[in-house]
Write a protein that binds this ligand. Structure first.
Ligand code: LMR
Length: 337
């Protein structure tokens, strides 16, 4: 059976007809395996670098028998179709942001989006490596996905063509957000209007005025060239952005035990490495941004941060039922340590 043409020209319904039947690995010639992994950010980001490292480790440790093809920057699939492509078997692995799992039936993942919940990556790590984080990964089997691990990017900051330091400055701003009810509610609580757009469309939407601003860690802001279309970045550090690496269950089940062990070990080491460089990647992006100028970078005074935190606090009450009160209680207890 010819390998399906996985370019984005094909609609996913057409791909459904082309999708490989269950249990058939993407076999290379001479008995090798090709694994297609798609993501939406640039290579020079924590996710881009960690996944490239994963591909290198797998290639080396399998003596070239297993090849991971990494397709960055929405080259193969973007936000709008990557999850469907995974479920159809048109791609084997993804690393979507945790904010993007609610759209496929996992609203509990939006707990990671809660504003001002986490103070630092250590608190996030405590949650992800503990019972709660492992239960969330296991829950992905509801949609026939295998949750393989978590990866950091970092903390998000707000950008627009004005400083965004206090709620009054958010009023009326159209802010691009990921498809997460918590993030949308966060923006509304600040007086802004959330606009859900694919990550790959964001820079153009900012450049053309479709939206006024957005939020993201600096590594994404910088590598997407958002500094060329945003005059102000306010270092709000208001919420976390990270990822879950997932595989399609049918693909994963047809691998051999030794192949799965090799992939799990290589991925684990790549995620540990990626988490270790994430902070540095964001710091380097911020330094480059300050160096190149163009975008004014604003720190938040404690009183301003308190105002933003107070304005967004109602999100917890408003969306606690959607996330699941038991999840909310668990994550807040875990954060307090
Ligand atoms: C976004 O859509 O803003 C981010 O999830 C992109 C990413 O994968 O970091």
């Amino acid at each position: 059976m010819p390998a399906p043409d996985l370019t984005r020209r094909h609609s996913l319904h057409a791909l459904a007809a082309l999708a490989w039947p269950a249990g058939v690995a993407r076999a290379q010639a001479a008995g090798g395996i090709t694994i297609r992994l798609s993501h939406v950010v640039a290579r020079q980001t924590p996710k881009g670098l960690a996944l490239e490292r994963f591909a290198q480790l797998v290639h080396t440790r399998s003596a070239g028998r297993i090849r991971v093809e990494v397709y960055p920057n929405s080259a193969l699939y973007g936000d709008a179709d990557e999850m469907q492509a995974l479920q159809l078997g048109a791609v084997d692995m993804l690393a979507p942001s945790l904010s993007k799992f609610s759209r496929i039936g996992f609203p509990e993942f939006e707990l990671f989006d809660l504003p001002f919940l986490f103070a630092d990556q250590e608190q996030v790590r405590r949650v992800q490596s503990g019972t709660l984080g492992q239960q969330l990964l296991a829950a992905l089997s509801r949609q026939r996905l295998v949750g393989l691990g978590y990866l950091d990017n970092g903390f998000k900051h707000m950008s627009a063509n004005r400083p965004l330091r206090v709620p009054a400055e958010f009023r009326g701003q159209r802010m691009r957000v990921q498809a997460s009810r918590v993030i949308a509610q966060q923006m509304r609580a600040l007086g802004a209007q959330p606009v859900v757009l694919d990550f790959g469309e964001t820079r153009r939407a900012l450049a053309t005025g479709v939206v006024d601003g957005t939020e993201n860690p600096v590594s994404n802001f910088w590598t997407q060239g958002m500094h060329e279309v945003q005059t102000h970045l306010t270092l709000t550090h208001h919420a976390y952005l990270g990822y879950a690496v997932v595989a399609q269950e049918r693909f994963w089940a047809q691998l051999g035990v030794a192949e799965r062990q090799l992939l799990v070990q290589a991925l684990h080491q790549s995620l540990v490495w990626g988490n270790a460089i994430a902070r540095q990647e964001n710091a380097q992006a911020l330094a480059a941004l300050r160096e190149v100028g163009g975008t004014q970078v604003h720190d938040l005074a404690p009183a301003q941060r308190q105002q933003l935190q107070a304005a967004t606090a109602p999100v917890y009450q408003a969306l606690g039922q959607r996330i699941g009160p038991h999840w909310l209680a668990q994550v807040q207890a875990a954060v307090q340590g």
